[in-house]
Design a protein around this ligand. Structure first.
Ligand code: NAD
Length: 172
């Protein structure tokens, strides 16, 4: 059984992803870390509660001690990071929590994963060779699209709000 850490799964996208993934991939145990802000609702995951491959932990992705504890207790082999402050209007009124969760929180997850899985850049520890970190961002980091064009991986970042700017910084 492989354990992976999923964050922000009591929110809109994560809470749809978890039951789908549990059902489709039977060899994974999902450790769910969510702070349950106004955007998260534990009832969104009610259908998973009795699944022995599902574990929910209430906590903050910025809490390094907690993230390190989860990595070592469950021998985490992968991360899917959905946790975010995502409301554009809120980011304009009060950007600081967006910096904290979307930038500092994401950094904490990446840094703990790097130290747990790797000896140094480009060199995985033998037992963690296949570990992966998937970060969910948004196309809003690329700005506004007209009626006909598409964003590509070469499109320059052009965020229009503190929210999209905080998501842009995540992928640098
Ligand atoms: N919803 C969309 O239409 C959409 C579109 C494009 C990209 N995205 C991206 O998808 C991802 C998920 O979006 P969503 O719509 O499900 O978001 P959401 O706002 O519905 O849920 C976010 C979840 O993160 C949790 N959270 C917030 N801060 C946290 C912290 N510090 N520690 C732990 N958990 C925390 C919240 O409690 C909540 O459960 C985000 O990265 C978002 O940028 C969403």
């Amino acid at each position: 059984m492989t354990s992976i850490l999923l964050t922000g799964t009591a929110g809109f996208i994560g809470s749809n992803f978890v039951p789908y993934f549990l059902n489709k991939y039977k060899n994974y145990k999902l450790i769910n870390l969510d702070l349950l802000t106004y955007a998260g609702n534990i009832n969104n995951l009610k259908e998973c509660e009795n699944n022995e491959r599902y574990k929910f932990i209430k906590g903050d992705i910025c809490n390094r001690e907690l993230v390190e504890f989860i990595f070592s207790k469950y021998n985490i082999q992968g991360v899917i990071n959905f946790a975010t402050e995502s409301h554009v209007d809120n980011s304009i009124k009060e950007p600081s929590v967006f910096i904290k969760t979307n930038i500092n929180g994401t950094y904490t997850l990446i840094d703990v994963a790097k130290k747990y899985w790797m000896n140094k850049p480009f060199e995985y520890k033998k037992e963690h060779r296949n570990c992966r970190f998937h970060h969910i961002s948004t196309d809003e980091a690329y700005g506004t699209l007209n009626e006909t064009d598409f964003f590509t991986e070469d499109t320059p970042y052009a965020p229009n709000s503190p929210y999209s700017a905080s998501k842009e910084l995540q992928v640098i």
